[in-house]
Ligand binder design. Structure first.
Ligand SMILES: Nc1nc2c(c(=O)[nH]1)N[C@H]1C(S)=C(S)[C@@H](COP(=O)(O)OP(=O)(O)OC[C@H]3O[C@@H](n4cnc5c(=O)[nH]c(N)nc54)[C@H](O)[C@@H]3O)O[C@H]1N2
Ligand SMILES: Nc1nc2c(c(=O)[nH]1)N[C@H]1C(S)=C(S)[C@@H](COP(=O)(O)OP(=O)(O)OC[C@H]3O[C@@H](n4cnc5c(=O)[nH]c(N)nc54)[C@H](O)[C@@H]3O)O[C@H]1N2
Ligand SMILES: [Mo]
Length: 764
């Protein structure tokens, strides 16, 4: 790593910066330029579905239907570098624990199964059969409820279905997945208000929308292909109103790297027409303010005999709870709304005006809404706003949560859930002749609590990097080392392999981009995107090593080694022909997956039926519910406005995928060469007696017995609201207390952690 460079970035998102960045990656991963042919197959109906984000895949794709970060994900997976037995022979686990995340994955793709050898403190090669036999024996020896099967949103629908079935046949619902740390707030909120757990917007809706309201999602880095839809909407003069504490470049200006004219002329499209730098956790108040302004304007219109602003017909026919909701909005005065949101009344009234004039409105959001103590209430506050003008269940309008991992939503659809009520257990019982466990399983936070309490002794992981992704790094790593068994099905080495149990295995798998050859030939798999469309995907690259196995094969072998034989579960036949797994999925969920195999490669994907899209509300009231939050405070810990405490936002750079750190270049934020950064406002820097570039120590301001501290962050003066600061996940997860989660969904509240910042102590 060279010296860090920190300077203001003045370019747009996309543009030549993207193109240049990709060329560097291809060279670094030793992929010849001919290897880029792979990229033309990305997100195409006859190709493979990107392993990066979950954004929708259009029926008529652009010639290059990928973005800078999707291409990086492909290159990172298809690197020519290999992590072999010789590597593990050279480096002890203790030594590797000191390596940064980037360096661990950078070693290359895992190539053969490995078992931890405690005598030598090294991972050593093991035969697949031996690995499976020992893991099976270990799982047989414990009560099923003391094992957890985690999944990280990338595995296909086929693998995920088998994984969830394996857990239930074995005897538990302990199926946490990355969605517990991500959009769980959505999955809890939307059923309360509109009776579905997912967004209602389809790609087509972007073509007829009249306004996009955009909350807490960093599109330029984390879902860049959506910039196409945003740019096209802007070219039709559709306003975009953004709420984000940071001025994110992708939400300001975008040069489409696939538009030759824009590239040649250096021009760009303005994305946001209004940009509101709301305080972290201030969206609940900001949305209340907009609703309040709209209600007032509607009364004025009524008094003056002008057309009303509320959709009275929709409210009367389709909703429940309007009066109480209006009382809530009227009951909070503007000074409270301004204080909590950090936004001026005039700004919120301006947003309300545009909203009140727009016919069809889409509300988009990401982690900026979900990862808060009141994440569920905040998501439902956005629904409230949409309900006021009937912006649900009609073309051009709706709610659009931007999901993370490429199949995180699909994993839930096919049974990976700790909540038994979300799974057709009776159907499974009937199909496979067993009595599925009915007791609620553990989600991510509960898994952490149970490991600390010693109630969980085995952790088996389908992808991901759990120990690095969860809160309270120091406490969790300590607890993790007491586990009896840890098993990671992975593509690359990460910290979760190094913080391991007494018995520990690394099981290397194929990535989605590789050709997956089984008894009946090369196999296809499928996933569900963020707009609830299912897509087939076919690998195109040669497998990284003859000793890696496909995820369905690994899951089947684990199941066979663990469970008594059950002739009704044809594990081997499923592995030989994935279309038979799809048949099983269809048999379990006949309405959702009708003619699944026949329609697998339908351009644009198979659209999942969603009652709310047709204004059928599967809620307790049978209507769409206005919901009333407890108050405006988004976060009970940080509500007191203690002047010496800042609310820390942990977020992603433009050069990472979650805990996978591609590099140290956060181009749009002007950071190059380091991730140990604390973005602060000029006023806070001055008030706390610091200066731009100063080295600081940051400690969590939590009233419990644990000290949580990160030393040696570098202060970067940044355009961010006073009272907030920001830095990178996962490095700052040390500061996030395990109990700091959304009250209803238990999503870790990673976007407003109360911290104290002090000048770094001189070395002792
Ligand atoms: N390249 C790339 N793509 C990814 C990922 C990746 O790491 N890299 N991760 C994937 C995954 S799993 C997910 S979940 C998504 C995550 O995608 P995002 O939802 O974009 O996640 P974050 O980077 O955490 O950024 C959240 C955004 O919310 C803003 N924000 C923070 N606090 C608040 C708040 O209180 N209110 C508002 N209005 N805004 C706030 C931040 O400034 C930031 O712009 O992306 C997916 N796609
Ligand atoms: N403080 C803070 N914490 C957060 C967040 C935050 O914003 N702030 N975000 C949260 C969110 S939204 C999420 S989704 C979680 C992410 O949590 P996870 O999903 O658990 O983590 P990832 O970093 O995506 O996992 C990366 C690893 O997955 C493995 N992998 C990659 N591809 C494949 C594959 O095809 N198959 C298999 N089997 N393995 C593969 C590789 O070994 C790689 O090292 O983190 C959460 N944690
Ligand atoms: Mo996520």
């Amino acid at each position: 790593m060279s010296d860090p460079k920190i300077e203001t970035y003045t370019g747009p998102a996309g543009g030549w910066g993207s193109a240049k960045s990709l060329a560097t990656y291809l060279a670094r991963e030793h992929i010849p330029v001919s290897g880029t042919a792979m990229l033309t197959k990305q997100n195409k109906p006859d190709g493979f579905m990107c392993v990066s984000c979950a954004w929708a895949k259009p029926a008529k794709p652009h010639p290059f239907e990928f973005c800078e970060n999707g291409a990086k994900a492909t290159i990172w997976e298809q690197t020519a570098k290999r992590n072999t037995a010789e590597f593990f022979e050279k480096h002890s686990v203790t030594e590797l624990l000191a390596w940064p995340d980037h360096d661990l994955e950078q070693v290359g793709r895992l190539t053969e199964p490995m078992r931890y050898d405690p005598q030598r403190d090294r991972y050593v090669p093991v035969a697949w059969s031996e690995a499976m036999a020992e893991i099976g024996r270990e799982l047989q020896a414990i009560a099923p409820r003391s094992a957890v099967f985690y999944a990280s949103g990338r595995a296909s629908l086929e693998t995920s279905y088998m994984w969830a079935l394996f857990a239930r046949l074995y005897g538990h619902n302990n199926l946490p997945d990355s969605s517990n740390m991500c959009h769980e707030s959505t999955s809890v909120a939307l059923p309360q208000s509109i009776g579905v757990s997912v967004g209602t917007v389809l790609l087509d809706d972007f073509e007829t929308t009249d306004l996009i309201m955009f909350f807490g999602q960093n599109v330029g880095s984390n879902a860049p292909r959506m910039l196409h839809q945003l740019q096209e909407a802007r070219q039709r003069d559709v306003p975009i109103i953004t709420f984000n504490p940071l001025r994110e470049r992708g939400l300001e200006r975008f040069t489409n790297p696939q538009n030759p004219l824009q590239m040649l002329t250096g021009s760009s499209t303005e994305i946001s027409t209004q940009y509101h730098q709301v305080k972290a956790g201030g969206d609940l108040a900001a949305l209340t303010g907009i609703c309040k302004a709209l209600l007032a304007a509607d009364r004025e219109a009524e008094a003056a005999g002008r057309p009303r602003l509320l959709d009275l017909d929709f409210i009367a026919k389709h909703t429940h709870g309007f009066a109480e909701f209006a009382t809530f909005c009227d009951g909070h005065d503007w000074s409270a709304v301004e204080g909590r949101s950090g936004l001026k009344r005039e700004a919120l009234e301006a947003a309300a005006r545009v909203y009140g004039e727009a016919r069809n409105v889409i509300g988009i959001y990401g982690m900026g809404l979900t990862q808060h103590r009141k994440g569920v209430e905040t998501v439902n506050m956005l629904v409230n706003l949409l309900l006021l003008r009937g912006n649900l269940g009609r073309p051009g309008a709706g709610i659009c949560p931007v999901r993370g991992h490429s199949n995180v939503q699909g994993q839930r659809t096919v049974g990976i859930s700790e909540k038994p009520e979300l799974v057709p257990l009776d159907r499974l019982a009937e199909l496979y002749g067993f009595e599925p466990p009915r007791e609620k399983g553990l989600n991510t936070v509960e898994t952490c609590e149970a490991v600390i309490a010693g109630k969980v002794t085995a952790f088996v992981s389908l992808g991901g990097n759990f120990i690095r992704a969860v809160p309270d790094t120091v406490r969790m790593e300590e607890a993790w080392r007491k586990l009896r068994l840890t098993v990671q099905i992975s593509t690359k080495l990460n910290r979760s392999h190094l913080v391991h149990g007494e018995i520990s295995y690394i099981l290397p798998c194929l990535g989605r981009i590789e050709i997956d050859h089984q008894a009946t030939g090369p196999q296809a798999v499928s996933m569900e995107d963020s707009t609830s469309c299912f897509h087939g995907s076919r690998g195109v690259a040669t497998p990284v090593s003859p000793d890696v196995r496909s995820e369905p094969w690994i899951v089947a072998e684990l199941a066979k080694a663990t469970l008594p034989p059950n002739p009704r579960v044809p594990w081997d036949a499923w592995v030989g022909d994935y279309s038979r797994v799809r048949d099983a999925i269809e048999a379990t969920y006949p309405d959702t997956f009708r003619d699944f195999n026949a329609r697998l490669f339908e351009p644009g994907g198979i659209v999942k039926p969603l009652p709310a899209r047709d204004r059928v509300w599967e809620t307790e009231t049978g209507r769409a519910n206005f919901t009333v939050p407890a108050g405006l405070e988004a976060d009970p810990d940080t509500a007191t406005d203690r002047r010496d405490v800042l609310d820390l936002i942990t977020l992603r750079s433009n050069d990472q995928f979650n805990t996978t750190i591609y590099g140290y270049d956060d181009r749009f934020r002007g950071i190059d060469g380091t991730r140990m950064i604390l973005f602060m406002s000029a006023n806070d820097i001055a008030r706390l007696g610091l200066e731009d570039g100063a080295e600081v120590d940051v400690a969590t301001d939590a009233r419990d017995e644990f000290a949580r501290e990160v030393k040696g962050l570098r202060v970067v003066k940044y355009d961010i609201p006073e009272g907030n600061c920001a830095g990178y996940y996962p490095e700052l997860n040390v500061l996030l207390p395990l109990w700091h989660y959304d009250e209803q969904a238990k999503t870790p509240a990673a976007k407003a952690i109360p911290v104290r910042v002090a000048k770094a102590a001189p070395p002792a």
